[in-house]
Design a protein around this ligand. Structure first.
Ligand code: MN
Ligand code: MN
Length: 461
């Protein structure tokens, strides 16, 4: 009997039928990535999927019965989903939580200016990015504007072939002698990350002629004026498409995989469980939230008490007034569904390889995140790690036990601690990613599929 543990790749163990399933699942996932590049769009897409699958807004229900499928859209930017199980709520629920915001460039409240005959838009980066990666790439513009009447106007330009896109022009290498002397953190001044937005002059305007012309185009298309930028949330994201990567199409490249890979897999897992099971045992809950990339603060983040409101509604509408919410949390278990890092073969020096995630070897189960001496880590206890490992082992879910990287090389956190603070048992579990937070993040299609399998089996446990 072999006692030592070795990682194995998923592909070698897949039969043809499963391989086909992997391709089917990931093709749909790639499609989703191309449609949902902001948290607003994720919520829209998920709501569409849920509506098609007989989920309804929890506020339209006065009573909840076993088997009911409900969701709660929280201020357009996060969504909580539940399927009511047979088991007493007081015994806890199975929660999977992922985030749907990704690093990007946001517009400043007053972004527009004109210089040397070019109209530009000032941006502020959102989340942790290597700024140089966002220069001189095609960008698409997405967002919402609420006009003075309070009407919502949706903006989407740059992803359709017939539409123009946008970019930030980086300095040419020929004249970058001074720029290249600065360290990588400083050589792109965030105040210089302005979007090229227009170059044609308005014939009637006396000054700011290009800006006037650009505003006319915007006004014609969307009915907005310059002041309306102040009541908007507009982001610039990579406009190229997600695609398979590698001569064997084994990898997936695309923007926003952190953490839409886990969010998408969570929803698909829930839907699959509903197809497989006649009756749901433990209530399934998904929370797909915003603002993780900037610290999980605010009313659309994982920290929001809007989630408690959702749970309160479930308890009240189920007619279980005696259920103690704290007890419910205490007995609940959760996967914090966030991506982890894969060991990058050309930068392996930052990883402790035997405690790292190898692409193609499965979903990453991460006992703790944080940095240094486990600072700010939600450190899952051994008993719970064992429970989750058993669920995966019983169901042939390929998983690996990774940490983010070598101690002292940096670090990062997830949303795990937030529900753990409420008493829920939580562990991080998500897809390993290369080039995380870049405009083109890389995953293995086998790991993506295993992420879905992990969530599916967890929901059923
Ligand atoms: Mn993440
Ligand atoms: Mn992230």
């Amino acid at each position: 009997m072999k006692l030592s543990y070795d990682k194995e790749d998923i592909y070698s163990k897949l039969d043809e039928k499963k391989f086909k399933k992997v391709d089917e699942f990931t093709a749909n996932y790639i499609n989703f990535l191309n449609k949902a590049k902001t948290e607003y769009l994720c919520v829209e897409e998920f709501t569409k999927i849920l509506d098609k699958n007989k989920f309804v807004d929890i506020n339209t229900k006065s009573k909840l019965e076993v088997g009911d499928r409900v969701y709660f859209v929280n201020k357009e930017k996060s969504i909580f989903i539940a399927v009511i199980g047979k088991d007493n709520l007081q015994n806890g629920v199975n929660i999977i939580g992922a985030h749907i915001d990704s690093p990007r460039l946001d517009l400043k409240p007053m972004p527009m200016y004109e210089n040397k005959g070019i109209c530009l838009l000032k941006t502020q980066f959102y989340g942790g990015i290597k700024k140089y990666q966002w220069m001189s790439i095609p960008l698409a513009m997405y967002g919402v504007v609420y006009n003075e009447k309070g009407e919502k106007i949706k903006i989407a330009i740059g992803d359709e072939d017939i539409e123009p896109c946008f970019t930030i022009a980086d300095l040419l290498p020929h004249l970058a002698k001074d720029q290249m002397k600065a360290n990588a953190n400083e050589f792109i001044d965030p105040e210089k990350m302005s979007i090229l937005f227009g170059n044609i002059k308005d014939k009637e305007a006396k000054e700011n002629k290009v800006k006037e012309n650009v505003l006319k185009i915007l006004n014609k298309k969307y009915g907005i004026k310059e002041i309306d930028f102040a009541r908007s949330e507009i982001s610039f994201v990579p406009s190229f498409k997600a695609k398979y990567v590698g001569i064997d199409s084994s990898l997936i490249g695309g923007y926003g995989q952190d953490d839409r890979v886990c969010a998408y897999s969570t929803v698909q897992a829930m839907l699959e469980v509903l197809k497989e099971e006649k009756e749901i045992k433990r209530t399934m809950v998904a929370m797909l939230v915003d603002k993780e990339e900037i610290g999980s603060i605010g009313n659309t983040s994982m920290s929001t008490e809007a989630f408690d409101l959702f749970i309160n509604k479930i308890i009240a509408k189920s007619g279980k007034k005696d259920v103690d919410k704290l007890e419910l949390y205490y007995n609940s278990k959760m996967l914090s569904a966030d991506v982890s890092t894969g060991v990058d073969p050309v930068f392996e020096e930052v990883s402790d390889v035997q405690n790292g995630n190898i692409l193609g070897c499965g979903v990453a189960l991460e006992k703790y995140t944080g940095s240094g001496g486990k600072y700010n880590a939600s450190d899952a206890n051994a008993k719970y790690v064992s429970q989750v490992m058993s669920i995966f082992e019983k169901n042939n879910v390929a998983f690996q036990l990774g940490t983010l990287g070598k101690i002292g090389k940096g670090g990062g956190g997830t949303i795990a601690y937030i529900l753990a603070n409420k008493g829920v048992d939580v562990i991080d579990c998500g897809t390993p990613v290369l080039a995380m937070h870049s405009p083109f993040e890389i995953t293995s299609k086998f790991d993506v599929y295993m992420t879905y399998e992990a969530y599916r089996t967890f929901f059923k446990s």
